[in-house]
Design a protein around this ligand. Structure first.
Ligand code: P6P
Length: 299
């Protein structure tokens, strides 16, 4: 089976970027091992006012330390950090976004969670379509790596020797029939409600876990539309452009799907701040383009 390094060597990827992808994806094993000893909530909050579990802090600190020691990263923006972390000793100009442990509260109920990574040149404050690479490590029954270096999307899994081997090459998202919507139904705007009702009439099946990375991984395989819309009380939506929407949306786009804010391609959105939130619809291209044309979702 093709290893991660063998795949990377078959691409046009820069050497230092290959090293960075391998280094970060190999942190899956130590992060997973930390699950059992970092369960409790700590008395701190992230910049979104969300209480952090010790695991958020541990995985964030572990990845930041890994970046610093590697000299492979010029700056890193993390969902768990108030500001961009600069690395003056860097030997590259890679700018990285991380969601160190997306869906972390689900560890307590043994559901899949993951690490989401985006790699830009020079700065993280640019449109998602400029990503040089995007990948995620998903900690489920298997430890899976979903990766694009702008040459399609490929999946790997850790084998018995803790080495990534390719399990699926050139993933293409089908026009499947899963759907999900975050936010309370009573707070949905009418246009979003109308779209969800359309999907249900068309026989779409609800699949929502509370972990964006795990849900999008499922939608990449089966197809459909995952949404976390604008809603009354939070017209910007909940999910983060830099840490969740851009990297995962870029991967879906590379697999032939689409990510939208309800009206247009989210990968063309210029970030205004680190904490830039966006309404999002991500998954199969045809149904999302139909939504953009026919459901008049306001943004
Ligand atoms: P809710 C996890 O906190 C997260 O950022 C995403 O991973 C997930 O899709 C969403 O929030 C879940 O939000 O409001 O359903 O708890």
């Amino acid at each position: 089976m093709t290893t991660l390094r063998e795949y990377l060597d078959s691409t046009g990827c820069e050497e230092k970027l290959k090293d960075l992808i391998e280094l970060v994806s190999n942190q899956a094993a130590p992060i997973r091992k930390a699950f059992i000893s970092n369960q409790e909530y700590v008395d701190s909050e992230n910049i979104y006012g969300e209480r952090q579990i010790a695991l958020d802090k541990w995985s964030n600190e572990h990845l930041i330390k890994t970046f610093r020691e590697s000299r492979l990263v010029k700056e890193a923006a993390s969902e768990e950090e108030p500001e961009v972390v600069e690395f003056p000793d860097a030997e590259t100009s890679y700018a990285v976004t991380i969601d160190p442990l997306d869906g972390s509260s689900l560890v307590q109920v043994n559901l899949a969670v993951g690490t989401i990574v985006g790699v830009y040149e020079d700065s993280v404050m640019q449109e998602g379509r400029n990503l040089k690479a995007a990948f995620y490590m998903l900690y489920g029954p298997l430890t899976v790596l979903g990766l694009t270096v702008r040459e399609g999307v490929h999946l790997f899994a850790l084998n018995e020797e803790d080495e990534y081997v390719m399990t699926r090459r050139d993933v293409r998202i089908p026009e499947g029939k899963l759907y999900a919507s975050g936010a309370l139904k009573r707070d949905w705007f009418p246009e979003h409600q109308r779209f969800i009702e359309y999907l249900e009439k068309e026989g779409y099946k609800l699949r929502y876990s509370g972990s964006f990375v795990a849900d999008v991984h499922q939608y990449i395989k089966y197809g459909g539309v995952f949404s976390y819309p604008a809603y009354r009380g939070r017209e910007t939506g909940k999910l983060r452009l830099l840490f969740e929407a851009n990297p995962m949306g870029f991967i879906v786009d590379e697999a032939g799907g689409r990510i939208s804010n309800g009206k247009r391609n989210l990968l063309e959105t210029k970030p205004e701040k680190l904490d830039h939130r966006v309404p999002l619809y991500v998954g199969s291209r045809d149904v999302i383009e139909k939504m953009e044309k026919e459901f008049n979702i306001e943004v």
